[in-house]
Design a protein around this ligand. Sequence first.
Ligand SMILES: Cc1cc2nc3c(=O)[nH]c(=O)nc-3n(C[C@H](O)[C@H](O)[C@H](O)COP(=O)(O)O)c2cc1C
Ligand SMILES: [Fe+2]
Ligand SMILES: [Fe+2]
Length: 399
Amino acid sequence: MYCYREIAENLYWIGGNDRRIALFENVYPVPEGVSYNSYLLLDEKTVLLDTVDRAVSEVFFENLTALLQGRALDYLIVNHMEPDHAATMAEVVLRWPGVKIVCNTKIQGMIGQFFDFDLTERFITVGEGDTLPAGRHTFRFLMAPMVHWPEVMMTYEETMQILFSADAFGTFGALSGHIFADQTAFRMDEARRYYTNIVGKYGAQVQAVLKKAAGLRITMICPLHGPVFRRDLEVLLEKYDRWSRYQPEDQAVLIAYASVYGNTQNAAELLAARLAEQGAPEIRLYDVSVTHPSYLIAEAFRCSHLVFASTTYNAGVFVPMENLLRDLAAHNIQNRTVALLENGSWAPTAGSLMKGLLEKCKNMTFLGDPVSIRSAVKAEQAAAIEALAGQLVQSLRAD
Ligand SMILES: Cc1cc2nc3c(=O)[nH]c(=O)nc-3n(C[C@H](O)[C@H](O)[C@H](O)COP(=O)(O)O)c2cc1C
Ligand SMILES: [Fe+2]
Ligand SMILES: [Fe+2]
């Protein structure tokens, strides 16, 4: 049975929720599920904005057919070709053969890649600033390349001043009846994990889109995942500005450790204790074998100071730590103060190897040489860890 929601006059949320999915994009844990949002405007023309993942196609078609009440679907605006939004367009095209596909040329190319049918006759090609009248409403298109994929665009509805932002401003977590963020238990930590992992690498491109958005009056943001925003938009926009400039949000120390037998963990705990004693405002300790890297990527984007402590493993860095550091570098983390600890029973190399992985990142300040432990922390290393805590606290205060 259909369960659409009207979010503005004649504008409907017609998405669906997947709470069974374990890993979004087969990599990010989504313990509270995910929503796939699609929107329908009923005006002189009927306009569908994006579709949904196959997982929720049934309810999506129920919503769509119930709202159309036998009217034809005139336009399908495609903002993003990733299958979590575009997989169902094939069936839309089959069910409403007269529908025009409104998109840019890159999207047209990808439609050809994903599907076998030829839609050439149905395309309405749009570029930056082009408009599409639908009756009382007019849509305008903003290109947003690499705000997830190269073909991405956003759509702005001029009458209601609503931005359909594609994947930008999305959040993990299924919706529970309420669609507006101010009516849900909106979680900035999950919005951060979503942004940093999915779009975090493309800060420059996000900055370009934010500049375009700054020129628009926006009353509502409708993303493709998670709740719709109609209040306090500036809070979210400020976060996006900060994340995309790779500026930390909090003066805080993230300590991520990798440990086989517990000795490196002990060094990390010791550092946390000394940091607390010396007045560090916030310290977060994580075991990289336990916490999924997506949470640590998000924490690294939030925290000003990053400490990595790792066992040496087959002359390398312990595997989950290496994975995390490569992932962080791939997400373009920059502008952080970093400290390193290594452990090894015969030839510790993890410190220099970790440094090598992080040196690729821009504007990283390394506090001294890695603290080196031979199996277990002894008095000498305890003193080095205390000194490192002092350096970190000094740096936290200086920023
Ligand atoms: C599979 C395996 C490979 C290891 N390879 C090395 C190595 O190449 N060089 C080294 O110094 N220690 C090596 N070690 C020893 C650990 O690095 C060392 O005992 C560990 O750092 C102690 O810290 P932990 O208690 O936090 O695990 C290895 C240990 C294991 C289990
Ligand atoms: Fe996407
Ligand atoms: Fe998406």
